[in-house]
Design a protein around this ligand. Structure first.
Ligand code: NAD
Ligand code: IPM
Ligand code: MN
Length: 353
């Protein structure tokens, strides 16, 4: 029996609406399959918790989470209550950095039953490997002077280890896919970090001579995601570039509400974290219309990660069947509620049995 102890952090906004649907889906899979069990322990760490305690999680929050096999997260952020940089650095980024989740995997491909907004999407199937723990996301810098001379300085930190780890991961992944890695750069305008990134990319590629490589500046690359997404197999990007590219990845699939992701701790010393690409969507929170597919597809990635690929494949197939049947939320052209999509997925899972 594969017993998985999973810390559940629904977080804020629609995180609290899509998480229950995904948990029910996983419970349903465990019930049908029998060979797997999930022990979910939920933590109420979010912006309301911050308002009550002055913290996004307790001081020993990371110690608590370290004891789990994995972390399943909804979305964090309620800018009406807490400034975003405080809430995100206090929880999500603290976990990613604290648990050395250096790799963030974010696939984007055409899902059956979900219309891409692209004129000619032609079966694109790509995955972004995002460096997830450093780069442009740093606390180094500050503000100086006052008034009209005021200046904010933000330093980006690129380590050889961090960039190389993301790139090696991308090359190894490409070997199992179509054998093509594209690097997202901006070495024409960013003076220090991006030429360093390019240099490491060139060095790493010599170890994988059979893998085809390309390198595009991030601005052109973003345009190609829209005009020719079929160009891409594995795309390796720095933290910020990967962040931006993957909302775009969601958009070309049809909605960022369906895009999944996993944050991987490579050395196995800490748990990895599973979370959809989207945020807490305050503009639709409370209406029951959030798309739960991003969270449920993320559950599929979690099943794959824990060696249950057969179940993961079956789950994605069921998601596609439900989308094709027309039971979809408004962001992907339907009228169903969050719960109706979850129910339809669970019903089909039961039918498979
Ligand atoms: P967002 O992803 O929350 O929303 C962007 C747009 O996409 C909105 O119009 C929203 O309604 C829509 N959308 C997102 N998810 C959807 C879903 N599942 N179904 C249907 N529509 C969906 O991005 P934002 O508005 O920039 O951020 C809102 C808050 O979320 C902020 O506090 C931000 O910092 C936070 N955020 C958190 C995470 C995370 O925890 N991983 C990720 C992104 C943003
Ligand atoms: C994401 C989010 C986060 C990021 C924010 C909320 C800090 O946009 O997971 O994509 O930029 O990584
Ligand atoms: Mn993002």
């Amino acid at each position: 029996m594969n017993v998985l102890e999973i810390a559940v952090l629904p977080g804020d906004g629609i995180g609290k609406e899509v998480m229950p649907e995904a948990l029910e889906v996983l419970r349903c899979i465990a019930q049908i399959h029998g060979g797997i069990r999930f022990d979910f322990v939920e933590f109420p760490w979010n912006c309301e918790y911050y308002c009550e305690t002055g913290k996004m999680m307790p001081d020993d929050g990371l110690d608590t989470l370290a004891g789990f096999n994995g972390i399943f997260l909804g979305a964090v952020g309620d800018p009406r209550l807490v400034p975003d940089h405080i809430s995100l650095w206090g929880l999500l980024l603290k976990i990613r950095k604290g648990f050395r989740q250096t790799i963030n995997l974010r696939p984007a491909k055409q899902l059956k039953g979900v219309a891409s907004p692209l004129v000619n999407p032609k079966n694109f199937d790509l995955i972004v490997v995002r460096e997830n723990s450093e780069g442009e996301y740093s606390e180094i810098g500050g503000r100086i002077h006052q008034g009209e001379d005021e200046v904010a300085i933000q330093n980006a930190v690129f380590t050889r280890k961090g960039s190389e780890a993301a790139m090696r991961y991308a090359f190894e992944l490409a070997q199992k896919r179509s054998g093509h890695v594209t690097s997202a750069t901006k070495s024409n305008g960013i003076y220090h970090t991006m030429p360093f990134w390019d240099q490491i990319f060139k060095e790493v590629q010599t170890d994988y001579p059979e893998v085809k490589t390309s390198s595009y500046h991030i601005d052109a690359l973003a345009a190609f995601f829209v005009s020719r997404p079929q160009l891409f197999d594995v795309v390796v990007a720095s933290n910020l570039f990967g962040d931006i590219l993957t909302d775009l990845g969601g958009a070309i699939m049809g909605s960022i509400g369906i895009a999944p992701s996993i944050n991987i701790n490579l050395d196995g010393k800490y748990p990895s974290m599973f979370e959809p690409v989207h945020g807490s969507a305050p503009d639709i929170y409370g209406k029951g219309i959030a798309n739960p597919v991003g969270q449920i597809w993320t559950a599929k990635m979690m099943l794959d990660y824990f060696g249950e690929e057969e179940l993961g494949t079956a789950l994605l197939q069921v998601i596609e069947d439900v989308m094709e049947s027309g039971i979809r939320t408004a962001d992907v052209g339907g009228t169903a509620s969050t719960q109706e999509v979850g129910d339809a997925i669970r019903e089909r899972l039961h039918r498979l049995n």
